[in-house]
Design a binder for this molecule. Structure first.
Ligand SMILES: [Zn+2]
Length: 137
């Protein structure tokens, strides 16, 4: 006999030093935090604990601009679009929700971050996603 069921498994985990810095910057300052590698001059988005290009751990925090380019995107039925956003000055793209309706999306279009209040804790901000500024939602 096979029975279907759902297991609810609440958990907590430490996200690490780099991800903690990224989340704190988002929640407290509405900033997107990256890392700058002094060794190979890469700007990484989001912040990391080591450089994926040269491997060094000698990185400094780097506040990224909130504007960039939509490099690629896909539509997830019922959930909207998700894309790879290359923020201005960054060498790596970040995946995130794209708030603009998919029928308006084009590769290479300029996008801007949109912040809002965290749904679970309104004393904190969150990055809701990116939208194409020239399209009215
Ligand atoms: Zn590097």
């Amino acid at each position: 006999m096979i029975r279907a069921g759902t297991i609810k498994l609440p958990f907590t985990f430490a996200v690490g030093k780099a991800a903690s810095a990224v989340l704190s910057a988002l929640e407290e300052k509405q900033e997107i935090l990256g890392s700058h590698c002094k060794k190979c001059d890469s700007v990484l988005a989001p912040a990391r604990s080591f450089c994926p290009t040269c491997g060094t751990t000698e990185l400094t925090n780097w506040v990224l601009p909130t504007k960039g380019v939509l490099q690629a995107w896909t539509e997830v039925p019922g959930r909207g679009a998700f894309g790879l956003i290359l923020l201005d000055g960054a060498d790596t793209a970040i995946p995130h929700h794209v708030l603009t309706p998919p029928e308006h999306l084009k590769h290479g279009t300029r996008v801007i971050a949109r912040f809002g209040l965290n749904a679970k804790d309104s004393s904190k901000a969150e990055l809701l996603g990116f939208k194409i500024s020239e399209v009215t939602e």
